[in-house]
Design a protein around this ligand. Structure first.
Ligand SMILES: *[C@@H]1O[C@H](CO)[C@@H](O)[C@H](O)[C@H]1NC(C)=O
Ligand SMILES: *[C@@H]1O[C@H](CO)[C@@H](O)[C@H](O)[C@H]1NC(C)=O
Ligand SMILES: *[C@@H]1O[C@H](CO)[C@@H](O)[C@H](O)[C@H]1NC(C)=O
Length: 421
C-alpha cells in the first residue's frame, strides 16, 4: 500500500523522477556494480548504485539439468510432421536423443557463455533457400540453440514469504526497455502488488532484454526503475520479437528459482487490460484437479504457419512444416505454477520457435496438457462499440489491446462505486 503511494507520487511528477534519478546516480553508496559492459561498446559502462549485489561472477540461477527423465506425450510426437524442414528435423533428432536415454547436455543446448551461433555456412548447407530468409529470421536461426541467458537485473526477494504467505498469482509481463509508460500503467492498475480479499497475494515482474544498437540507451533509467520499483527483470539478450521465446525460457528458469511455490502465473503483454478481481474470483473457484494443470486463455486451434514473408508471423516452409499445436494467445494466458519445472525441462527437448506463444503451446502439448478456452480472454479485442464500456469490461478477464490512458480510465470506471451494470 505504501509502495503504491510512493509510485503514484513519482508518476505524478516526472521532474521529481529525474531529480531522484540523478541524485541516485551520484550517490556514494558503496554497493556499486558495473552493469552492461558490452564488448563492442566499452564506453557504455555505467556505474549505478544498487542494493547489495545478489550475484558475483556466476549466474545465481541453476540450470535444472538433473531430475527425473523427461517424458513427451504421444500426441505431441505425432503432431510433428516428418519433413525435411529444418525445425522438424531438429525436433525429430531430439526425440531420438530422448529415447536413447542420452541426456541433453550443455553442449547440445544452452550454457550461454559457451554457446556459439550456428554458422551461416551450416545453415545454408541445411536450408537451401536460407539466404532468401529475411535478415531477422536468419538471426533467429543462428541463435536458436543459445539458451539460458545470464540475468543482469534480478529480484531475488520477489516471492519470499512474509507473514502474508505464498504468492498466489504472479504477473509476468513482457515489456521492452522503452515502454516505461506502459509498465507504470500496469503498476497503477491491474498489476498492483497487493493482497487481495481472501489473502491472495499478487506480485508482478516485467521481463526485459537489452536495448539494441538502433535504440537510445536506456540502461541507467532501467536500472533506476528496477531499484525503485523492485519489479524489473532484465537478461543479457537483444530485446526483439524473435527473441521472445528466449525470454520465456529465461523467465521459466527464473521463476523456478525465485518463485517455485507460486500457485498461478499469468504471462502476457504490457498493453492489455486485465480485470484482476475477476481473474482471482475465477481462479479461486477452480477445482483442485484443474487448478494443478491449468493452461488457459484465448485458444487458437488448427492454425497453420503464415507463408507471406511480409507478415510479422511469417514462417518459411523450409524451416517448419505442419500445423501448430493449439495454443493460448500470447497477449495473456494463465497456467499453474506447479507446471514450471516440467515446462522448463521439457522445453530442453523442443527446439526454439520464432513465435513465442506457438512455442508455449508445443511445450504444454508435450506435457500432455490441453489448453482450455475461456470466454473472458479477448486477445483479439471486443466489438468496437464496447471498447470504452466499463460494464462489458467488468466481466472480462483480459482485453488486448488498450493504451495506457484507456487502461487507467477503464480501471477507474470498473472500480467506481457509482457503476451500476
Ligand atoms: C567500498 O568497499 C570496498 C570493499 O568493500 C573498499 O575497498 C572501498 O574502500 C570502499 N569504498 C568506499 C568509498 O567506501
Ligand atoms: C541422465 O540424467 C539422469 C537423471 O538426472 C542421471 O541419473 C544420469 O546419470 C544421466 N545420464 C547421463 C549419461 O548423463
Ligand atoms: C537475440 O539476442 C541475441 C543476444 O543478444 C542476439 O545475438 C540475437 O541476434 C537476437 N536474435 C534476434 C532474432 O534478434
Amino acid at each position: 500500500m505504501r509502495h503504491a503511494k510512493v509510485f503514484v507520487a513519482i508518476a505524478l511528477s516526472s521532474s521529481a523522477f529525474l531529480v531522484v534519478l540523478y541524485s541516485s546516480l551520484r550517490s556514494d553508496a558503496n554497493h556499486t556494480r558495473k552493469l552492461f559492459m558490452q564488448e563492442d561498446n566499452p564506453i557504455q559502462e555505467v556505474i549505478v548504485s544498487m542494493p547489495p549485489p545478489v550475484q558475483q561472477n556466476t549466474d545465481p540461477l541453476p540450470l535444472m539439468t538433473a531430475g527425473p527423465p523427461v517424458e513427451i506425450s504421444e500426441d505431441y510426437r505425432k503432431a510433428i510432421k516428418q519433413s525435411t524442414a529444418f525445425w522438424n528435423r531438429k525436433q525429430h533428432s531430439l526425440f531420438r536423443k530422448l529415447d536413447s536415454k542420452d541426456n541433453v547436455t550443455k553442449a547440445d543446448f544452452g550454457d550461454w557463455s559457451k554457446c556459439s551461433a550456428i554458422s551461416l555456412e551450416s545453415l545454408s548447407t541445411n536450408i537451401q533457400d536460407f539466404k532468401s530468409y529475411p535478415q531477422d529470421y536468419q538471426d533467429f536461426l543462428s541463435g536458436m540453440e543459445c539458451r539460458d541467458p545470464p540475468i543482469l537485473i534480478d529480484q531475488p526477494q520477489k516471492c519470499q514469504s512474509e507473514e502474508d504467505g505464498e504468492v498466489y498469482l504472479l504477473f509476468a509481463i513482457k515489456s521492452v526497455p522503452g515502454s516505461f509508460e506502459r509498465r507504470q500503467t500496469v503498476r497503477q492498475t491491474w498489476g498492483q502488488e497487493k493482497v487481495y480479499e481472501g489473502g491472495l497475494r499478487v506480485r508482478t515482474v516485467f521481463l526485459l532484454g537489452m536495448w539494441s544498437m538502433d535504440d537510445p540507451n536506456l540502461n541507467q533509467l532501467v536500472s533506476f526503475e528496477a531499484q525503485h520499483f523492485g519489479d524489473v527483470l532484465q537478461w543479457d539478450f537483444k530485446d526483439t520479437f524473435y527473441n521472445l521465446t528466449l525470454k520465456e525460457n529465461a523467465f521459466f528458469r527464473w521463476s523456478l528459482t525465485r518463485c517455485p511455490r507460486v500457485t498461478f502465473v499469468f504471462k502476457g503483454d504490457d498493453d492489455v487490460f486485465v480485470n484482476t478481481q475477476t481473474m482471482l474470483d475465477y481462479l479461486r473457484t477452480l477445482d483442485p484437479n484443474k487448478a494443478s494443470k491449468l493452461y488457459m486463455g484465448h485458444i487458437i486451434s488448427n492454425s497453420d504457419p503464415i507463408r507471406d514473408s511480409n507478415s510479422k508471423y511469417y514462417v518459411p516452409k523450409t524451416f517448419f512444416e505442419g500445423g501448430y499445436s493449439s495454443y493460448a494467445g500470447g497477449g495473456g494466458f494463465l497456467f499453474s505454477g506447479n507446471l514450471l519445472t516440467e515446462l522448463y525441462r521439457v522445453s530442453k527437448y523442443i527446439p526454439f520457435f520464432s513465435i513465442d506463444d506457438v512455442y508455449t503451446g508445443m511445450c504444454f502439448q508435450a506435457l500432455g496438457i490441453k489448453p482450455e478456452a475461456h470466454d473472458g480472454f479477448r486477445t483479439f479485442d471486443i466489438r468496437q462499440e464496447d471498447r470504452e464500456n466499463a460494464c462489458v469490461h467488468k466481466n472480462l478477464i483480459l482485453v488486448h489491446r488498450r493504451s495506457p490512458q484507456q487502461t487507467l480510465r477503464l480501471w477507474r470506471y470498473v472500480h467506481s462505486p457509482l457503476l451500476t451494470c
